[in-house]
Design a binder for this molecule. Structure first.
Ligand SMILES: [Zn+2]
Length: 403
């Protein structure tokens, strides 16, 4: 039987291969067999042996190997497959380059690696991640949320002449996804953002735990634009992933200078080697992410069901980055919660849309003047959802300790 070929998947395989990703990683990320990936590349006329390696990638690979990293690990950090890396190293030595490879020894961290951790990197958090519940600003002053850390969008506060009371600790999201979806760029400058954030910090004081920067997400739809059912139209920024990363890092540097430590860095990218490149960009700008108490992880939330998302989370956590997962869903949190220090979610509203209301919520009751058919905008549902999530995360933790 002839195989059905999806041109979209074909194009994705070829683009990812040309951007330097290994065939194995592509296969895993897309849930295809390696053979399918090879077939597609052959059909697309891609020369498997002569994959283009940029001068920068080549220099980084050689540098990492010289500092004692194994070829296969240095390959990942340089965004190429192990076999391409082996070829590059062979060619380098043939042309007279001096390089002693570390063989038969346990790999040690290079003296100044991409993320020079000065402390032992935790591979697993000892506690479940701190969970910030995403809710409507109208509930933020509600007495029922007093002990619940909240996740509040800058977009909900930026237009308020008087800032509303918030009853608990919270983290401030920049609302970048909506901003880029609707405008294809940030319509507020770093300076204006900083000014507003400074006002919020002086109003909320220590209740405002941290502030996300004006980052640039890297989903293909954010870059290229298009239409997603149920989400709407995306203008598209028309920029590359690298440009999004450059702007993200530049914005963070500006905000840090203007606002201080309350602003956290956010890693952006799409594939693992791109996130690693982003970490390098931060380092080049003078920010060692392993020294930051929280580092946001962008562009993962809409694909947590994939193994690639988990690979990215675990690889970065292993290198000592304390990650906050933006917009994680229950399954994503349960899968990699042990590699995150914190996470936020509004996924309860989606769950509520497909479920009958809580018992009695069809009718008016305490805290609701009218009944509702769905609990998708219901504080009691949100809190119950949060309780069950935390219980599952703690159970998983306990289970791990018993193993
Ligand atoms: Zn309800």
């Amino acid at each position: 039987m002839p195989r059905i070929i999806d041109p979209h998947v074909d194009a994705m395989i070829i683009t990812r291969f040309k951007s330097g990703e290994s065939t194995r990683s592509i296969a895993k990320g897309l849930g295809k067999s390696i053979q399918t990936v090879y077939n597609t590349l052959e059909r697309g006329g891609v020369d498997l042996k002569r994959r283009s390696v940029s001068e920068k990638q080549r220099a980084r690979l050689i540098d990492l190997c010289k500092r004692g990293m194994s070829v296969s690990r240095a390959a990942t950090w340089s965004g190429m497959s192990p076999s391409t890396a082996t070829r590059v190293i062979r060619e380098y030595r043939h042309s007279g380059g001096a390089l002693t490879l570390q063989k038969g020894r346990r790999e040690r961290r290079p003296s100044s690696s991409i993320l020079p951790a000065s402390r032992e990197a935790p591979t697993q958090q000892t506690r479940p991640p701190l969970f910030y519940l995403g809710v409507s600003i109208d509930w933020a002053s509600h007495e029922r949320v007093v002990d619940v850390p909240l996740f509040i969008s800058f977009r909900k506060l930026r237009t308020r002449r008087r800032l509303p009371d918030i009853a608990t600790h919270f983290a401030l999201d920049s609302g970048g996804f909506t901003e880029l979806q609707m405008n294809g760029r940030w319509t507020i400058s770093a300076h204006e953002y900083a000014e507003k954030v400074r006002k919020m910090i002086s109003f909320y004081k220590s209740k405002l735990m941290w502030v996300a920067p004006q980052d640039w997400m890297c989903e293909p739809i954010i870059l290229a634009g298009g239409h997603v059912r149920g989400v709407g139209r995306f203008i598209g920024t028309g920029l590359t992933v690298e440009e999004h990363q450059t702007r993200t890092v530049r914005n963070f540097a500006e905000l840090r200078a203007e606002v201080g430590d309350r602003v956290i860095p956010v890693l952006q990218g799409f594939h693992l080697h791109e996130y690693q490149r982003c970490a390098q960009m931060y380092l080049d700008a003078g920010f060692d992410l392993t020294q930051e108490p929280v580092v946001g992880l962008g562009t993962v939330c809409r694909r947590q069901a994939t193994s690639e998302a988990e690979v990215i989370v675990r690889a970065l956590a292993r290198d000592g980055v304390r990650l906050h997962g933006f917009g994680f869903k229950k399954t994503g949190l349960i899968a990699c919660g042990d590699a995150l220090v914190s996470a936020d979610s509004m996924a309860w509203t989606v769950d509520a849309r497909y479920q009958p209301p809580l018992p009695g919520h069809e009718y008016p009751g305490p805290g609701r003047s009218r009944g509702h058919a769905r609990c998708s905008n219901c504080i009691e549902f949100a809190l119950a959802w949060r309780d069950s999530l935390i219980a599952r995360l703690e159970n998983r933790k306990r289970g791990r300790h018993l193993e």
